[in-house]
Design a protein around this ligand. Structure first.
Ligand code: SAH
Ligand code: SF4
Length: 342
């Protein structure tokens, strides 16, 4: 949908009109503008003509059907991928992208490989959740959680990411609690500082992936610019300001960052910080990187737990459709874009 047009169409109207229109779309998920009876007929017709409620996408369903990947075509013909993960406990989490590609080039990440193409607008970020909201509506369900763990580095597109979060959070729009929204970053100081002052109760996740700069630099080139100490320092002040617990993500790479010694270093690094560690099984296909073995992950986990730090392990979703984190890529426009209406 060309959501940006809504604001253009309503530019000359009183401000309550925009609120009515956004409420009809984001909260009520109307099927057609013609059904929004509190709007003047002429406006309904105009919206119907210029911003019809339908989505330009190709979708792929996971074989296990626990996750669904949508390939959404944007205005300029570029395509982005978003994933819906349907958890056993009833949560429906959308993994959104904030950029097309990513400039940070982490070695284990497919998005990093394609480089940076462009930032997404807040409308394009919101559309990913809108798409799955309509999808779930058919079965009486709704999106309950959002994670910024798709393509891109959210803090390099800060303004649009925060605007999108406010749309998700707004009780008149998606009405998704801030505590159900998570932002994952490779650790961009400017973004960490700004988020500390936003007064938003969102969850912050830091992609750490190694407890020292030597190893982190091998897999995350951004560490040359912003070393661990600087990132951790900012995380500490974020916690001081917000009182929120932070998650450290750690992709488990065989013989690279998964030894006992490194687990001990990690414990030392994070001691006293209000946080938990989330171990992520590596799911990429780089020839020089391998996933850690089950036994290794188990032992690594034990050391962290024995060190007094809470540790979890991410359940692998959607491996069969390349829908796991770090697996989202930009696709060439194949010209197959179809208009779909739910
Ligand atoms: N740019 C942000 C958010 C997107 S990446 C960030 O880096 O945090 C989201 C998560 O996916 C990160 O924690 C990243 O470490 C992880 N990830 C990337 N590639 C992966 C892969 N091949 N296997 C497992 N996790 C991966
Ligand atoms: Fe970018 Fe995150 Fe992938 Fe690194 S892991 S390349 S920061 S999307």
């Amino acid at each position: 949908m060309e959501l940006y047009k809504i604001e253009e169409i309503l530019a000359g109207e009183p401000s309550y009109r925009l609120r009515q229109v956004e409420r009809a779309l984001y909260r009520d998920l109307v099927d057609s503008w013609r059904n929004v009876t509190n709007l003047p007929v002429s406006l309904r017709e105009k919206l119907e003509e210029e911003v019809p409620v339908n989505f330009n996408f190709d979708s792929l369903t996971s074989l296990k059907s626990d996750s669904i990947k949508a390939i959404i075509e944007l205005n300029d013909g570029l395509k982005i991928e978003s994933v819906l993960m349907q958890h056993m406990d009833g949560r429906n989490t959308v993994c959104v992208s904030s950029q097309i590609g990513c400039p940070l080039g982490c070695k284990f990440c497919s998005t990093g490989k394609i480089g940076f193409i462009r930032n997404l607008s807040y409308h394009e970020i919101a559309e990913q959740v809108l798409f799955f909201s309509y999808y779930l509506k058919k079965t009486g369900k709704s999106v309950t959680n959002i994670v910024f763990m798709g393509m891109g580095e959210p803090f390099l597109n800060y303004g649009n990411v925060i605007k999108a979060i406010r749309i998700f959070n707004d009780a008149e729009k998606f009405n998704i609690g801030a505590r159900r929204i998570s932002v994952s970053t490779a650790g961009i100081p400017a973004g960490l500082k700004k988020l500390s002052d936003e007064k938003l109760q969102v969850n912050l996740a830091i992609s750490l992936n190694a407890p020292n700069d030597r190893i982190r630099r091998e897999i995350m080139p951004i560490d040359f610019k912003y070393p661990i100490e600087e990132v951790i320092g900012l995380v500490r002040s974020y916690i001081k300001k917000t009182g929120r617990r932070v998650m450290f993500e750690y992709v488990m790479l065989r013989d690279l960052n998964d030894s006992d010694v490194l687990a001990e270093q990690l414990v030392k690094l994070l001691k006293g910080i209000l946080c938990f560690v989330n171990l992520i099984p590596y799911n990429g296909r780089e020839s020089n990187l391998k996933p850690s073995t089950r036994e290794r992950i188990k032992r690594f986990k034990e050391i962290i737990r024995e060190g007094g730090i809470t540790v979890t392990e991410r359940f692998r979703f959607g491996d069969d459709i390349n829908a796991s984190c770090g697996q989202l890529v930009y696709r060439e426009n194949t010209g197959s874009g179809k208009h779909h209406k739910f």
